[in-house]
Design a protein around this ligand. Structure first.
Ligand code: ACO
Length: 378
């Protein structure tokens, strides 16, 4: 029997495996995480609850949540060699994502790679420590040790800033981390699943996924999205600025999506979370400007690619909520990774249970009848 061969560049529209972790409905603009609508669960749960949900397919009770929190807080410290690597990376001013990828690989030193579940715990627990430590090293500041009394989100903000965050900041960070924890077979998750599908280990899968997330077409968009709003500066500059970008063939960061043909549902969840922080003069102005830029961008993208339905994606509002919480743009993509590592590990665990080797085909477009010539004759 010959196999049917389907040629879909970029694997668009191809189902490569089954998952019960998240369902993305690109036409309805709906995201379900293990049965829960994103707008229902993200603003209410804390990150550890979503993590438990993805790992166990149900929400934890109070004692299960307390156990997970204590397991995570016991694993936040990094191996010394990871701190050394971060110091060297900071001297060379590497990007936060490069530093995260380097240090994440070194977590093999404190995880049993044969134990996928405990490796997953080590990864999720250590990601905030890596990102925060690197951020402080880059700024020439002392690393802040993790505080075991604080929740995952609160401790992340504490390690970044050296002071305990407000309840509003913690709530917004939990909402953000929950909103982007998982999203079907996006490029980084697919990378993780491809790696684990060879029966490799979870740390390898996550290190590969970090590399995929870094790119501006995936997780690298929110920093440039906010920079764009700052560059525009005033509502009256918006249309001309955006037109010029599109005419130059640039993409508008924070707009368009492979799957969503309507507004990304995560954008609304993050918009609500962001609003809390934009309360005084300058901040309200920035928020209103961002909304204005968003409207112009959607209108101009429709002119630019009629019928493509290029709408706002999660990254535009990621930029606003993380800016509101007080994070600088260089931290946006690493903070995305602090969340998505929960999804990557859940997918790796799911694939180890029931997945198949992922091995698509390539369409060969090269020559077929060349003859070998020795080096003297070339
Ligand atoms: N600005 C301008 N043009 C765009 C944009 C955009 N934001 N998005 C898509 N287009 C254009 C493309 O240039 C392409 O034009 P073409 O047909 O002339 O080649 C057409 O619309 C279709 O775009 P594709 O790149 O084929 O769409 P794809 O599904 O592969 O890409 C993507 C989706 C990468 C997100 C794209 O919309 C994009 O580059 N957006 C900007 C970057 C961004 O916001 N990334 C974050 C995505 S969300 C996430 O990963 C968490």
């Amino acid at each position: 029997m010959t196999e049917e061969i389907i040629n879909r560049p970029g694997l668009q529209g191809v189902i490569a495996a089954q998952t019960s972790l998240s369902r993305v409905d690109g036409l309805a603009g709906e995201l379900i995480i293990s049965g829960y609508r994103i707008d229902d669960i993200a603003p209410n749960a804390i990150y550890e609850e979503l993590l438990y949900l993805l790992w166990n397919d149900r929400l934890p009770n109070a004692s299960e949540l307390a156990t997970l929190q204590s397991d995570l807080s016991g694993l936040r410290a990094l191996p010394d060699v990871a701190i050394e690597a971060l110091k060297k990376a900071a001297k060379q001013k590497l990007s936060g994502m490069d530093a995260l990828r380097m240090a994440a690989g070194l977590l093999s030193l404190q995880a049993d790679s044969a134990d996928a579940q405990s490796s997953s715990l080590v990864l999720v627990a250590a990601f905030p420590t890596i990102v925060a430590a690197y951020w402080r090293l880059l700024k020439g500041e002392e690393i802040v040790e993790p505080n075991p009394a604080l929740s995952h989100s609160a401790n992340y903000l504490y390690m970044l800033n050296g002071e305990e965050p407000s309840d509003e900041q913690i709530r917004a960070m939990d909402t953000y981390l929950n909103t982007v924890i998982d999203h079907g077979f996006n490029a980084s998750t697919f990378t993780a699943r491809t790696i684990i599908s060879t029966n490799s280990d979870v740390i390898s899968a996550v290190v590969g996924a970090i590399g995929a997330l870094k790119g501006p077409l995936h997780g690298g968009a929110p920093g440039p999205a906010l920079d764009m709003v700052f560059e525009i500066g005033k509502a009256e500059n918006s249309e001309a600025y955006l037109r010029e970008k599109l005419q130059a063939g640039d993409r508008l960061m924070g707009f368009g999506h492979r799957v969503y043909k309507v507004r990304d549902p995560r954008a609304d969840v993050l918009n609500l979370a962001a609003k809390e922080f934009f309360t005084d003069g300058d901040q309200i102005e920035l928020y209103n400007l961002a909304r204005h830029v968003e409207k112009d961008a959607i209108r101009l993208l429709e002119e630019h690619k009629p019928g493509r339905k290029l709408e706002t994606n999660v990254e535009f509002y990621t930029a606003l909520v993380l800016h509101g919480v007080g994070l600088q743009t260089d931290l946006f993509t690493p903070t995305f990774a602090v969340s998505r590592v929960g999804g990557w590990t859940a997918h790796a665990l799911e694939h180890l249970r029931e997945g198949r080797l992922i091995r698509p085909l390539a369409e060969y477009t090269g020559e077929s009848a060349r003859e070998w010539q020795s080096i003297e004759k070339r």
